[in-house]
Design a protein around this ligand. Sequence first.
Ligand code: GDP
Length: 521
Amino acid sequence: MNREEEIKKRRTFAIISHPDAGKTTITEQLLKFGGAIREAGTVKARKTGNFAKSDWMDIEKERGISVTSSVMQFDYAGKRVNILDTPGHEDFSEDTYRTLMAVDAAVMVIDSAKGIEAQTKKLFQVVKHRGIPVFTFINKLDRDGREPLDLLSELEEVLGIESVPMNWPIGMGKNFQGLYDFTNDRVEVYQPADGERFVALSVLTKGEHPLASNPFYEQAVEDAELLADAGNPFDEARVIAGKLTPVFFGSALTSFGVQTFLESFLDYAPEPHSHQTVDGEAIEPLETDFSGFVFKIQANMDPRHRDRIAFVRIVSGEFERGMGVQLVRTGKQVKLANVTQFMADTRENVQNAVAGDIIGVYDTGTYQVGDTMTTGKLKKAFEPLPTFTPELFMRVQAKNVMKQKSFHKGIEQLVQEGAIQLYTNYTTGDIMLGAVGQLQFEVFKDRMEREYHSDIVMTPMGKKSVRWINPEQLDEKMSSSRNILARDRFDHPLFLFENDFALRWFKDKYPEVVLKEEFSV
Ligand code: GDP
């Protein structure tokens, strides 16, 4: 197969969901259809791994495994599928967001009893901002959940995206009979008496099937008529533009509706997209020169070394082992010798990685999040990754005041690498760190000790809302313990508000001050 064909068959996506909605379960199902059994075990191992937050060895084990499950690849129906993991739970971090910058589509898994939950909402905002297609899987139909029509309106009201159901539940919970599959004009029967899982609508219309007279089926047919009249029509262009989400109902645990979902998803999910440089030039996947960008750096593969893995999304061309590339930020040549590819069967299996794929480059401190690499004439970097406004804050100090040098060096490098966000108190000069998830602080502390021999003391400051202000409006007198005046690492002034109440109070008191949620997506 030539390179162009290889690139065109790539489908690279991430699953976004709130913890417990069923992401792990559905991922395993998808991998099973792709024949990637080994990886399926890995996903579970990672999830059940006994993970004590404060213990580095555990974090490390956890992280060690998660490198292999960070990208899961398999072939299905002539497509090569890359699923990028978006860690949640205690693992939630800026990397979770950044991973969404490296995919061409997203699958949103929702628990039918719970609807849209907090983490789904946050992740969806990033996906929406990028304008990439989102496919929705409403899970756990084998249990009682909310009314399907209700769930569709929630998508519209809470997320602001229109939806088009691709199938429709016939009952749910203990009355779950199956799915009315609009695309394939058939019914997928949940527990078929005669063993026949798929029944053509024509058979049901003629009344030749026991389900034909089932009240839940009749209700589904009624709902379907209503949807056909009043619902959104399926429109592929709007799906691709991220304006309309196709909705699939199912039950991941019983592997019901998952394969139909996968097939439909692969029919519509886009092939690798182009990527813009800071100059606005679009680099197309089919260009001959290799190019890519680092979207995540995962530290500590081996505690004795400062090594890490830089995850690179290939934007154009083809990766070859040992190839020399230029790092656009520094202008230096680097050799891509020690590279992990993520294959379905074994991790070492060398096949071609092309545009759309992800490679893991062994790194001893060369790369930063957002770095561009290329073999070609590309002189400009790709557009920078957005910064995701942190919500959790810690005050941080060196335990030993005599060791300021290693303390500052460590902070500077880890902040540059993208591991954590740095803020400085405008008045006192105190150093504060911001993160989107608790794990970022723990990894930071451990890396400071191990890599920079700097013991630190961290004092939790709790949640804060960040608002940037115009430098001209800066007035130190406006600062208080409820709205701390600080600067970010680029010296932009901002306030850290204790809560919404403090924010409103400030707005009342200083109506002329413009507060911006800048640098957020
Ligand atoms: P994750 O946190 O999103 O990865 O969620 P998991 O895949 O680990 O699922 C969370 C829990 O929900 C587990 O106990 C699963 O067995 C259960 N679960 C997942 N899918 C379904 C489903 O379709 N039906 C039911 N009843 N339970 C499910």
